[in-house]
Design a protein around this ligand. Structure first.
Ligand code: HEC
Length: 138
């Protein structure tokens, strides 16, 4: 009698554990799918942030090699082109802002500043563009 009870209790416990494990696996794969789905837009944003940060770092260092500034501005401009395609479900105004930002990056990439002080304008315009879109869509 005792042995049977123990067997039943054990079986219940195992079923409970199996249920918990399956639940955890489902939650994990759902979280993972969600993460994967956002991988591209988040990756694009991370790259933008990185190049913006590099430009700020250059300016703070007081050593602004024009070639290095041009490189980061170019990478910003090239990456900006992916903002729209990486978030295909957005509304027309989002794509308009994404395009405006890409154009802004393109302009500065084509006419990079010559010195640290020259970074003031592009850095300010870039920051305003990031903030503008984040205010509306993030
Ligand atoms: C046209 C719109 C738009 C522009 C321009 C834009 N962003 Fe974003 N950004 C978004 C949206 C929308 C999200 C939320 C994306 C998500 O969570 O899937 C976001 C999220 C982010 C994130 C968080 C990413 C993460 O891992 O959750 C960072 C960092 C970021 N943006 C940086 C920037 C920087 C830096 C700039 C400018 C150089 C910029 N963004 C310009 C729309 C924009």
């Amino acid at each position: 009698m005792l042995a049977v009870l123990r067997g039943t209790a054990m079986r219940s416990l195992l079923i409970l554990l199996a249920g918990a494990l399956i639940g955890a696996l489902i939650a994990f794969s759902a979280a993972n799918a969600l993460h994967q789905r956002n991988a591209w837009p988040r990756g694009v944003m991370a790259v933008l942030q990185q190049h913006q940060a590099e430009l700020r770092r250059l300016q703070r260092s007081g050593k602004c090699d024009p070639a290095v500034m041009a490189l980061h501005l170019r990478r910003l401009a090239e990456t900006a082109v992916d903002i729209g395609p990486s978030q295909p479900g957005e509304v027309p105004d989002f794509f308009a802002q994404a395009k405006q930002f890409a154009d802004l990056g393109q302009r500065w990439a084509q006419q990079p500043p010559a010195d640290c002080q020259g970074l003031d304008a592009p850095l300010q315009q870039i920051r305003e563009a990031c903030e503008g879109c984040h205010r509306d869509y993030r």
